[in-house]
Ligand binder design. Structure first.
Ligand SMILES: CC/C=C/CC(=O)SCCNC(=O)CCNC(=O)[C@H](O)C(C)(C)COP(=O)(O)OP(=O)(O)OC[C@H]1O[C@@H](n2cnc3c(N)ncnc32)[C@H](O)[C@@H]1OP(=O)(O)O
Length: 719
C-alpha cells in the first residue's frame, strides 16, 4: 500500500501503491504512518519525498470506505504529525492530488507538481467538506477569497494555476519525483517553521463578513438546498477567526453534520453510478470490457436543425471529420453559419483554434459513401427516417454504422429497412447537444456488440456520459417523463398553477420546474406527438369524453395552450410569458390563469389547495414508479443507469441522487403507501398504480438500490 525506499543515500521515498488512484484507504494510511515513523527515526534519512505509483499522486480518501466504520489511523493526526516532523517532506505531485490527497500535499513542507497535474478539494461534490485540515490550511496558504472559491466549488485546478496561487513551489515538465528528491536534498539545511502551513496566519480581507455573506448568497442561488457548500463557508470562517487548534475542531464538527446526511449519501452514490453506467452488459455475455469498438475517424450528420448542429459541434471539437447534410440550400447555408459560429465561440472559450477544416457541408447523400458512421437527425417522423435509412443503405459502404438521434421512435423498425440491421443503433442526444452531457445509446435487438461498444465509446470521446438502454417508445428518459408531465397537468386541473408546481420542484432542487422546462423545449413537439398518436386533433372521436383518452384520464390543457400558438420561449408565450420570442425571463401570465379558471368551471372542477408535498410526491413517485417498470421490462440494466439519465439529461438534483435513489432514500414502503393512496384517489391514472417490482422489493425488506438487480427477474431483457 506504500513502498519505502532510501534514495540518494539519505532521502526516504514513500510511494503510495493503491491502484487505480492511490486512494487513502485504511491500509494506505497505516502504511504512510509506518513509513513516516521509520523515516523520522532513521538517522540516515535527512529528507522525505511522498509520491504516488503510476503517475498519480493521490485521489483522496477511499470513498468506498465511507459507508462503513472508520478503520485504521485517522487522517488528521497522521497529517499533523507529518507537518510537525523535523525533517523536510516534499510532495511530488503527478496526475492528481485531490481531496485527502491534496490535504496530504498541504502538510508536506514543499510541493513540486508535474505540469500536467490537477489539484483540488472536490469533497463538496460528495456532500462533505475537506476535513483533514483542508479548510484550515488552504486559506492560510492562499487567502480567504481564493480558498473559498476552490473549497465551495470543488473545482480542479492545473499545476500552473496552483503555482500562481502559491499552492505549489515548482512546476516541472520532468519526472516530478526525481525533481522532488533533488529539491529535498537542497531543503535539508533550511528552517521548517515557515513551511508549516497550519502555523501561518490567515491573510484576512478587510470586510470578511461581507465577503462570506456574498459567497453564501451565491452558493444558495446556485445550489439551492445543498448543505455542504454552506458548511464549507463556516469552516473557512473558522480558519479566519480561530487558531488552527480550534479551527480544526470546528472543521470536524461541521464534517460530522454532513458525513451521514442523506445528501452526502446521494452525492457519493452519484459518483459511483456515473462510473457504473458506462459498464454495459448484454444477456449474450457481450459487455464493455470484451467488445471492441470501431475507430471512428469520419462521421456524417443528416439534418442541421438544433440537434444536428449540436452533434456536428460535439464531433468536430474532438477531432472527427464531419460531413453535414441538409435537404435545401437555404437550410444548409443557415446551418453552416450557425455551426461555424458555435465552433468558433466554443474554441475561443477553450483557448484553442476552431477545427473548421474538419467540416464539409453538402446537399447530397452521395458524399457519404466513405464515412465511418452516420447520425441521422432529421424531423421526428418515422416515414421520413425510414426513407433516409433506406437511402443510406444504398449509398454508404457496407461497414458504415447507421445511427439515429430519434428521441423515442422504434430503432429496430429503422434497422429493418437497412441492409445491415446489426450496424444500426440509437444515439439519443439531449438538446443542446453540444452542451448536454447525456447520451442514451439505444440498443436494438439486432444491434451488434461492436456497434454498441462503438457508440458508447464515441459518446465518451465527445465528453458525454453514455448509458446503454433498450428499445421501447421513449426509451428510458422520455418514457419516464410522460407520467411526470401527466401528474403536473393533472395538478393544474385540480387547482395548482404552473408557477406553484415549478417552485415546488425547483425548491426540491430541479434545475427547472416542469413547465419552465417544457417552455424551453418547445410545447409544439409534444403536441405533434399527441396528434400523431390520436390523443388530440381531428382524429379524436367527438363522442369521446374530453378528459379521457384510450380508457384513462387525459388532460387537454397542454393542447389548448398550443392551439393558441403558445409554443414556449421561442414564441414568447407558453406556460409563462416572456419579454419577446426567444426571451428567457419567465413571468406568470394572467391569460394562463384565466384559461385554467375557465377550464375548471367548464368541467365543474372545484379547485383545492394543493400542498408542495403532494406536488413532489405525485410527480416524483410517478416518475420512479415508471422507472421500476423500466427495470422489470429490461429497458434499463440497473437503477443507477436510470438515475444517471435523470441527473444528466433532465436536471434531477444530484443531492437527491436520481429518481430511483430518491425513492430508496424516502423508503420504498413509504413510496408504495403513497402511490397506493394516490391511485385510490385517481383510479383512472394507471401510472399511479404501484409497479409489481416496487411491491416485490418492499416484500423483500426494501434492499438498498445496489441490490435491486438481484430481485429483478427479467424474462426478456431488451439490452
Ligand atoms: C477525513 C478525510 C476526508 C477526505 C475526503 C476525501 O478525500 S473525499 C475524496 C476526494 N476525491 C475525489 O473526489 C476524487 C474522486 N475521483 C475522481 O475524481 C477521479 O476518479 C479521478 C481521480 C480524477 C480519476 O479519473 P479517471 O477518469 O481517470 O478514473 P475514474 O474516475 O473512472 O476512476 C477510476 C476508478 O477509481 C475509482 N475511484 C476514483 N477515486 C476514488 C476514491 N477517491 N475512492 C475510491 N474509489 C475511487 C472509481 O470509482 C473507478 O473505479 P471503478 O471500479 O472503475 O468504477
Amino acid at each position: 500500500m506504500a513502498r519505502y525506499e532510501l534514495v540518494k543515500r539519505s532521502v526516504a521515498l514513500i510511494t503510495l501503491t493503491n491502484p487505480p488512484v492511490n486512494a487513502l484507504s485504511s491500509a494506505v494510511r497505516h502504511a504512510i504512518a509506518k513509513s513516516m515513523d521509520h523515516a523520522l527515526n532513521d538517522p540516515k534519512v535527512t529528507a522525505v519525498v511522498i509520491c504516488g505509483e503510476n503517475g498519480r499522486f493521490c485521489g483522496g480518501a477511499d470513498i468506498r470506505e465511507f459507508a462503513g466504520p472508520l478503520r485504521g489511523p485517522p487522517l488528521v493526526p497522521l497529517l499533523d504529525a507529518i507537518e510537525a516532523g523535523e525533517k523536510p517532506v516534499v510532495a511530488a505531485i503527478e496526475g492528481v492530488a485531490l481531496g485527502g490527497g491534496f490535504e496530504l500535499a498541504l502538510v508536506c513542507h514543499y510541493r513540486i507538481a508535474h505540469f500536467k497535474a490537477r489539484l483540488g478539494l472536490p469533497e463538496v461534490t460528495l456532500g462533505i467538506l475537506p476535513a483533514a485540515g483542508g479548510t484550515q490550511r488552504l486559506p492560510r496558504l492562499i487567502g480567504i477569497p481564493a480558498a473559498l472559491e476552490l473549497i465551495t466549488t470543488g473545482r480542479h485546478i492545473s499545476a500552473q494555476e496552483a503555482l500562481k496561487l502559491g499552492i505549489v513551489d515548482q512546476v516541472t515538465e520532468q519526472n516530478a519525483c526525481e525533481v522532488a528528491v533533488e529539491f529535498a536534498l537542497r531543503a535539508v539545511a533550511k528552517p521548517l517553521s515557515s513551511r508549516r502551513v497550519s502555523m501561518l496566519t490567515t491573510p484576512c480581507p478587510p470586510d470578511l463578513d461581507g465577503l462570506l455573506e456574498a459567497v453564501t448568497m451565491q452558493v444558495k442561488k446556485k445550489a439551492r438546498g445543498v448543505m455542504a457548500p454552506l458548511a464549507c463557508i463556516q469552516a473557512v470562517r473558522a480558519a479566519a477567526t480561530m487558531p488552527y487548534s480550534k479551527g480544526i475542531k470546528r472543521e470536524s464538527e461541521l464534517m460530522a453534520t454532513l458525513f451521514n446526511s442523506g445528501q452526502a449519501r446521494a452525492l457519493q452514490y452519484c459518483f459511483f453510478a456515473q462510473r457504473t453506467a458506462g459498464k454495459w452488459t448484454l444477456p449474450s455475455g457481450a459487455q464493455w470490457n470484451n467488445s471492441k469498438p470501431r475507430e471512428i475517424r469520419s462521421a456524417a450528420i443528416i439534418g442541421l436543425g438544433t440537434m444536428g448542429r449540436g452533434i456536428v459541434v460535439s464531433l468536430a471539437r474532438v477531432g472527427i471529420s464531419v460531413i453535414a447534410v441538409e435537404s435545401e440550400k437555404k437550410l444548409l447555408e443557415t446551418g453552416k453559419q450557425m455551426v461555424i459560429g458555435m465552433l468558433e465561440r466554443d474554441a475561443k472559450r477553450r483557448g484553442v483554434s476552431a477545427s473548421l477544416n474538419l467540416l464539409k457541408f453538402t446537399l447530397s447523400l452521395q458524399d457519404l459513401k466513405d464515412v465511418d458512421l452516420v447520425i441521422e437527425a432529421v424531423f421526428e417522423d418515422m416515414a421520413l427516417k425510414k426513407r433516409v435509412f433506406q437511402e443510406l443503405s444504398k449509398v454508404c459502404r457496407p461497414a458504415t454504422l447507421l445511427c439515429t438521434n430519434t428521441s423515442g421512435l422504434d430503432v429496430d423498425a429503422l434497422a429493418g429497412v437497412t441492409d445491415r440491421p446489426h450496424l444500426v443503433v440509437g444515439m439519443h442526444f439531449f438538446s443542446p447537444a453540444h452542451v448536454m452531457k447525456l447520451l442514451e445509446v439505444v440498443c436494438g435487438p439486432r444491434s451488434s456488440s461492436e456497434t454498441i461498444a462503438t457508440a458508447m465509446i464515441l459518446g465518451k470521446r465527445m465528453g458525454k456520459v453514455s448509458v446503454a438502454v433498450g428499445n421501447c417508445p421513449g426509451f428510458v428518459g422520455n418514457r419516464m417523463l410522460k407520467p411526470y408531465l401527466d401528474q403536473a397537468t393533472f395538478l393544474l386541473e385540480e387547482g395548482a398553477t404552473p408557477e406553484q408546481i415549478d417552485k415546488a420542484l425547483e425548491d426540491f432542487g430541479f434545475a427547472m420546474g416542469v413547465f419552465r422546462m417544457s417552455d424551453l423545449a418547445g410545447l409544439d413537439v409534444g403536441w405533434r406527438v399527441r396528434k400523431e398518436s390520436g390523443l388530440t386533433g381531428p382524429d379524436v372521436d367527438p363522442k369521446n369524453p374530453p378528459r379521457r383518452r384510450q380508457g384513462r384520464r387525459y388532460c387537454p390543457i397542454p393542447d389548448m395552450v398550443c392551439e393558441q400558438g403558445r409554443f414556449g420561449q421561442k414564441t414568447g408565450r407558453g406556460w409563462y410569458m416572456y419579454d419577446k420570442p426567444g426571451g428567457t425571463n419567465a413571468k406568470p401570465d394572467p391569460l394562463i390563469q384565466n384559461l385554467l379558471e375557465m377550464y375548471r368551471s367548464r368541467y365543474g372542477i372545484q379547485p383545492r389547495n394543493i400542498s408542495d408535498q403532494e406536488i413532489i410526491e405525485r410527480c416524483l413517485f410517478a416518475l420512479a414508479n415508471e422507472g421500476f417498470r423500466i427495470l422489470e421490462d429490461g429497458i434499463a440494466a440497473r437503477p443507477e443507469d436510470i438515475d444517471v439519465i435523470y441527473l444528466f439529461g433532465y436536471g434531477f438534483p444530484r443531492h437527491g441522487g436520481g429518481p430511483m435513489f430518491y425513492a430508496s432514500m424516502v423508503g420504498l414502503e413509504r413510496v408504495l403507501e403513497r402511490l397506493e393512496h394516490y391511485h385510490q384517489a385517481h383510479p383512472d391514472v394507471p401510472h399511479l398504480e404501484p409497479s409489481p417490482l416496487l411491491k416485490k422489493l418492499v416484500a423483500c425488506g426494501s434492499p438498498p438500490v445496489q441490490k435491486w438487480r438481484e430481485h429483478i427477474k427479467t424474462m426478456h431483457s431488451h439490452l
